[in-house]
Design a protein around this ligand. Structure first.
Ligand SMILES: CCCCCCCC/C=C\CCCCCCCCCC(=O)SCCNC(=O)CCNC(=O)[C@H](O)C(C)(C)COP(=O)(O)OP(=O)(O)OC[C@H]1O[C@@H](n2cnc3c(N)ncnc32)[C@H](O)[C@@H]1OP(=O)(O)O
Ligand SMILES: Cc1cc2nc3c(=O)[nH]c(=O)nc-3n(C[C@H](O)[C@H](O)[C@H](O)COP(=O)(O)OP(=O)(O)OC[C@H]3O[C@@H](n4cnc5c(N)ncnc54)[C@H](O)[C@@H]3O)c2cc1C
Length: 672
């Protein structure tokens, strides 16, 4: 049911904030979107999807039962998919179906998650990345047209991280030219796949391939699991939903078991390896990990996803902080807006800067990904290890940072931030999952560390290394970098910290080997340091990329836009330099005086950014339908919205709850 929202005047505090703005908001929006044409395209798509109110709910999702919530999510997913299929793909083009604009617009429909998200987010990308042209022609049009709905079933009850340890088997039967899928143990049951529990009729399954008596490791298969007409699970399939979780409440994450379930030979996704009719296994991939391609793709897209989520949280918290007044600064003076407190600015301005840092870095990462994939298509896989290292650490650090900054946004909103109607708890629980899924934080940083250790050894022996670690050629053999408080100086210090930490890891591993450990144990004992080194490398990449992209993208901007974008980037550098003072003292010549100066400049920068704070979040251009927040709406009518949302609580539907007569009254009367 559509909700009618009253239109309200903008709160005077927010109106005053907007008058203080000294830069052109639209220009900044264009930079974030990737150009004026992209902004126009986004707005056009949002208008198509959101202007008819189909995305609005009369009863908040959180007030529904699990079943009602799922059914409502399916209802809206179908409406939204229909809009995507009939109207949006024409604008974005088929090749950009996963465009962040679709993802962003979908948020207006779902406070939580669409049960179709994994269909568009992983099933379709897997078809594109892992199929032969014939397979693509067979499956992709059906998937894009929602004739089939898919999930991505890789993780099992017993294994998520260690893919090589998956237990599901796909054994080739040459007589029938079929694979037999089987779940030999309880731990081999697929677990977690979004949309699998109740929605999907197909899924991509990762299983150990056996043919001619030999195991060839994990491969991907496309499997129909439900009847297209009745939606009943097919014989040999055991499928269901895994139960309530911290977030992802309407995503029907599922379990799946196979009892000698047969699929045609053609259902193995054969772009990188195939099984001939007679059972002969032929590998064509030039790199053993190309079947992990969908994961790399999603890791890349998650960096922009983190920017988006952070921009939502920052918009909510900053608009609220401009309206909320608390505590007298001086006797008999009006209470200040809480945004005037430097401590509040410290919590929140870094969120704006980080959203920019992730957005600009994500575009650069996306271009890098596209270039490497183009090389892979030509048979050149040389850049794959660097892409894997880069996408792994950026996924890990961006999800982890976004999570802690979003929590800060909630803290910044005091008690009201704890209300589901603020939307901050939804954003938080969604982002909390991103730190784990698609490769856990620690695990991915350890993947990056493997690459870094090799790169350090190459640099140490005087060989040139790949671009993202080129700083090692300069710093691998330097003890401490000379501190310099310019942006170049701070960026170089981050590189020196990374090089210093990687070098320390290499020395620890070597020392441990010298003292009798084998390589595996020496590596294992060093993993705490290795994770820290990979994080430091990622910070070096982030500060460098953000800065360079900011300069590049503001070349033709107006003077005040240049200034404010510059201020945000400097804030980002200073914030992280101050967070990492211990490392700076260890790996640069920074003194206590230098750090005191840096702290003072940081505080001055907070004050300089203060008048533009509301306009900077306005520049994220997030419609109220996308924010879903009683605290963050454009008009700032926070208290009216909180009260309005409170009225929707099912507990307010009747003046006296029946439990009073059933329990409380008997208790009061001593009759229980
Ligand atoms: C109507 C609704 C509309 C909605 C619209 C929505 C639009 C949608 C758009 C976007 C939304 C997206 C939302 C996505 C939601 C996702 C939900 C979550 C899904 C999942 O979680 S799926 C499961 C993911 N699982 C994982 O990530 C598992 C993590 N584990 C691994 O990746 C690996 O096991 C490992 C990397 C840790 C280790 O692998 P292993 O095979 O054991 O390899 P090693 O021996 O350790 O390493 C050997 C060697 O290989 C290198 N390597 C490993 N991986 C790769 C790789 N991918 N590429 C290149 N190289 C790789 C590794 O570094 C080693 O190299 P070396 O030997 O050191 O040189
Ligand atoms: C909301 C959500 C949605 C998901 N959707 C899907 C989906 O659609 N499809 C799908 O296939 N999967 C999905 N997953 C599963 C997800 O990909 C896995 O949970 C994730 O990869 C982590 O694996 P795990 O749960 O087995 O954790 P584990 O690997 O068991 O990790 C547990 C802990 O052990 C640590 N650890 C593990 N290995 C190492 C190591 N080698 N060195 C050091 N520490 C280690 C980790 O750091 C972590 O702290 C989803 C998960 C969530 C939470």
């Amino acid at each position: 049911m559509k909700a009618n929202r009253p239109k309200r005047d903008v709160h005077p505090d927010l109106a005053r904030e907007r008058l203080k703005c000294n830069f052109n908001i639209e220009e900044v929006t264009n930079i974030i979107d990737g150009g004026k044409d992209k902004t126009l395209e986004r707005k056009k798509i949002e208008d198509i999807a959101l202007n008819n109110g189909a995305c609005l709910d009369e009863i908040p999702d959180e007030c529904l039962s699990i079943k009602e919530r799922y059914e409502n999510a399916i209802r809206k997913s179908c409406i939204y998919s229909n809009i995507v299929r009939n109207e949006m793909l024409e604008i974005t083009g088929m090749e950009n179906f996963e465009s962040p604009v679709l993802r962003r617009t979908a948020d207006a429909f779902f406070k939580d998650i669409s049960p179709f998200m994994l269909h568009l987010g992983m099933f379709v990308p897997t078809l594109i990345g892992q199929s032969t042209p014939e397979q693509m022609a067979e499956w992709l049009p059906k998937a894009l047209d929602m004739k089939i709905i898919g999930a991505y079933a890789q993780t099992e009850l017993g294994h998520g991280t260690f893919i090589r340890g998956l237990e599901t088997t796909a054994t080739y039967d040459p007589d029938k030219e079929e694979f037999v899928l089987h779940s030999p143990t309880i731990t081999s049951y697929k677990w977690w796949a979004g949309g699998l529990g109740k929605t999907a009729n197909h899924c991509v399954v990762m299983a150990q391939l056996y043919t001619q008596g030999e195991c060839h490791g994990t491969h991907l298969f496309i499997v129909q699991i439900r009847d297209l007409d009745t939606h009943m699970p097919l014989p040999g399939i055991k499928v269901g939903e895994i139960g309530p979780r911290m977030g992802f409440s309407s995503a029907d994450n599922g379990f799946l078991g196979f009892n000698s379930f047969r699929i045609p030979r053609q259902n193995m996704l054969m772009k990188h390896a195939k099984v001939e009719k007679d059972g002969c296994y032929v590998k064509s991939a030039k790199h053993g990990k190309l079947t992990y391609g969908t994961m790399v793709f999603i890791r890349v897209t998650l960096v922009s996803e983190m920017s988006f989520n952070l921009s939502k949280a920052a918009t909510i918290a900053i608009r609220y902080s401009a309206v909320r007044r608390q505590t007298e600064l001086r006797p008999n003076e009006p209470e200040p807006q809480i945004l005037d407190y430097p401590t509040q600015q410290h919590k929140l301005f870094i969120c704006i800067a980080t959203a920019h840092a992730f957005q600009l870095t994500s575009k650069w990462l996306w271009d890098t990904f596209q270039a490497v994939m183009a090389d892979v298509r030509k048979g050149n896989v040389d850049a794959l290890p660097e892409l894997h290292a880069l996408s792994s650490c950026l996924k890990a650090v961006s999800t982890s940072d976004a999570l802690s900054h979003i929590e800060q946004c909630r803290f910044a909103c005091g008690g009201h931030g704890y209300m589901l109607s603020s939307n901050l708890p939804f954003i938080y629980s969604f982002v909390a999952a991103t730190r784990t899924y698609e490769g856990d934080y620690t695990v991915l940083l350890l993947q990056t560390a493997r690459f870094l250790v090799k790169a350090w050894e190459q640099a140490e022996s005087g060989n040139n290394v790949t671009p993202t670690v080129a700083y090692l050629n300069r710093t691998a053999n330097t003890k401490r970098v000379v501190w310099d408080n310019t942006h170049e100086g701070i960026i170089q210090s981050f590189q020196a910290i990374a090089a210093g930490k990687i070098g320390q890891c290499v020395r620890s591993i070597r020392d441990r080997i010298k003292s009798g450990m084998d390589y595996e144990d020496a590596w294992l004992m060093t993993t705490v340091q290795l994770v820290a080194a990979a994080e430091a490398h990622c910070r070096a990449v982030l500060v460098n990329t953000y800065w360079n992209e900011m300069i590049r993208l503001t070349k033709s901007s107006s003077a005040n836009v240049k200034t404010v974008m510059h201020q945000l980037a400097v804030l980002y550098l200073m914030y992280w330099a101050l967070e990492k003072t211990g490392d700076l003292l260890k790996y640069s010549s920074v003194s206590k005086q230098d750090l005191d100066d840096l702290q003072r400049r940081y505080e001055e920068l907070l004050a300089a950014l203060r008048p533009n704070a509301v306009s900077l979040v306005d520049a994220f251009d997030l419609r109220d339908e996308i924010l879903h927040s009683s605290l963050g709406s454009y008009d700032g009518c926070v208290y009216e919205r909180l009260m309005e949302e409170a009225q929707k609580s099912p507990l307010n539907a009747e003046p006296v709850n029946p439990s009073f007569h059933k329990y409380i009254k008997p208790l009061m009367q001593g009759k229980l």
